[in-house]
Design a protein. Structure first.
Length: 177
């Protein structure tokens, strides 16, 4: 496996999406029919969140709510954690490890262009996920997170110089605040 692989080479280019006003029952039916574990929530053409099987279990089923009466907006995780398609797969794996997630939206200029999952990475580079988890456990992840491109997780502004600050990717204006 070569050391530098951009996310766009292994991402799914057709992520399945849903509107925030849709019901959780609708989301579950789509995930069942497509045999997938998550949907990106799109509002006004932009990814605003993600709804996963875990969201349904912990925020609907475990609370004995009726899926057809609950909106996707009320259970989605927001903001969606995203990565730029030109970023390296190693950075995607590191970000998943640090954030303890298994999926990343791939976003370019505010638009959803793909999805990358742990399974995508495992197919091409099985050792990478364990290495990045070990870095996170050892507190070494900051050494590998300089100059990330994407949207600031604090203010939402696009930047090419995001860095880790209090477990969020932050632009220069939002760091340390």
């Amino acid at each position: 496996m070569r050391a530098r692989v951009p996310v766009f080479e292994i991402m799914s280019q057709t992520p399945i999406t849903i509107a925030p006003h849709a019901s959780v029952a609708d989301a579950c039916a789509i995930m069942r029919d497509r045999e997938i574990g998550s949907l990106i929530v799109i509002e006004d053409g932009r990814p605003t969140g993600i709804v996963t099987e875990r969201d349904v279990v912990t925020k609907v089923a475990a609370l004995d709510k009726l899926p057809h009466e609950v909106s996707v907006r009320s259970v989605m995780t927001s903001p969606v954690v995203a990565i730029h398609p030109e970023e390296e797969v190693a950075e995607a794996a590191r970000l998943m490890s640090v954030r303890k997630i298994r999926r990343l939206a791939v976003v370019r200029e505010g638009k959803l262009v793909g999805m990358i999952t742990e399974n995508d990475i495992l197919r091409i580079w099985p050792q990478l996920l364990e290495v990045t988890r070990e870095y996170a456990r050892a507190g070494l992840e900051d050494r590998f997170a300089k100059g990330i491109e994407g949207h600031c997780e604090t203010c939402g502004v696009y930047s090419t110089t995001l860095v880790w600050d209090r477990n969020l990717l932050a632009c220069a204006d939002c760091r340390g605040g």
